[in-house]
Design a protein around this ligand. Structure first.
Ligand code: SF4
Length: 357
């Protein structure tokens, strides 16, 4: 059983994307329980921020209803059931001060760490108000009350509210809405280990070392069964940004420094090569029409959520490799091999197999 929260700013297309997800889960026969958005349910039933004494009171009620719905879903779910929550407890934080948020959770017998830990993965859909405020509307949702400007602010607050979750992903706006819904289905397919959910046959950019290419700094590869298995379902486009950037194999390991430069273990500045490699990887992705990428976690080029801290002491910190960051900023959906491995039942790579590439 996995619990997935889908959140987003106002007018992010969340409801429509969830409709697509709902239909596709049904088509592939994956058992799922959907929990509707608690705040919307309350507002449409007449309990709203403007009918309560305060936003704190309203959000305390939202949290209570969410907990009740989640308890019912857990009671019914079993085995491979996916519990899909239309928003989760931490969304309330976007509307409250930190102190109020703690108070609202406390009134429901829960703390912030427990609130985050209830969800295996969280996906945030960016509000259209963030990138195209002229397209923002309140007309398609009777419970939506924010102006476009307020919606953009709420969007950022929701991101901040969830950002401490270890499996939090932001899905950016796309030129065509269907691409956003596809990105959500693809991300959940990877996280939940349900490849059938991933519609479309667009090629996927993949770190070459995950496919067995001996291109790592030490001349080895780190083949991932889960990634290699993907080749049966879609076209994979292998890429090694560090090789594309002109670095030899083998080479000294490199790490990103706190000032953004990339130094190798001998202290030589490799920033230019890493940036060239990132741009070349983006060109390759665009040439092949890749909208998605699976990259090697922890690498200073390919790391998606963690990289080494620049001290060559084996310490990981939150952050993205140079290529992963450029791909994500360019609208390509980026996940890591760790996301796939966790779902495919593979053991996490040994510590030394994760060393910087
Ligand atoms: S993780 Fe390193 S070796 Fe693997 S593809 Fe990325 S840059 Fe190349």
């Amino acid at each position: 059983m996995k619990v997935i929260a889908i959140t987003g700013g106002p007018c992010a297309g969340k409801t429509s994307a969830m409709d697509v997800l709902h239909e596709r889960l049904g088509n592939v026969g994956v058992p799922a329980v959907f929990i509707p958005e608690a705040a919307t349910e309350l507002i449409l039933s007449g309990v709203a921020p403007w009918t309560c004494a305060s936003m704190l009171e309203f959000q305390t009620r939202v949290i209570a209803l969410q907990l009740e719905r989640e308890a019912a879903a857990h009671a019914q779910a079993c085995g491979d059931t996916l519990i899909i929550c239309d928003r989760g407890l931490c969304d309330s934080r976007a509307y409250l001060t930190d102190e109020e948020y703690r108070e609202a959770l406390g009134a429901n017998g829960i703390d912030q760490a427990q609130a985050l830990a209830r969800y295996d993965a969280v996906f945030h859909l960016d509000s259209i108000a963030k990138d195209r405020p002229e397209a923002y509307t309140k007309d398609n949702n009777g419970a939506r009350f924010e102006s476009a400007e307020e919606a953009a602010l709420v969007n950022e607050r929701v991101v901040a509210a969830w950002s401490a979750h270890p499996n939090f992903h932001v899905l950016a706006n796309r030129p065509v809405f269907s691409e956003k819904a596809e990105a959500l289905c693809w991300a959940i397919a990877c996280h939940a280990g349900v490849p059938e959910l991933a519609g479309g046959d667009a090629p996927v950019l993949v770190s070459a070392c995950l496919l067995g290419e001996p291109c790592r700094y030490d001349g080895r590869s780190v083949p991932s069964e889960a990634v290699i298995e993907m080749a049966h379902r879609c076209k994979l486009v292998p890429v090694c940004p560090e090789v594309l950037g002109g670095l030899p194999t083998p080479r000294n390991p490199s790490e990103i420094q706190t000032d953004g430069r990339v130094l190798d273990a001998a202290g030589i500045d490799r920033t230019a090569a890493f940036e060239v490699g990132a741009r070349e990887a983006l060109c390759l992705a665009r040439d092949h029409g890749c909208m998605r990428a699976i990259l090697k976690e922890n690498s200073p080029s390919c790391g998606v959520r963690r990289v080494y801290d620049g001290t060559f002491s084996g310490t990981l910190v939150p952050g993205m490799g140079k290529t992963a960051a450029l791909l994500a900023a360019s609208g390509i959906e980026v996940l890591s091999d760790v996301d796939l491995q966790a779902k495919a039942g593979e053991n996490p790579p040994a510590r030394n197999a994760e060393a910087s590439a």
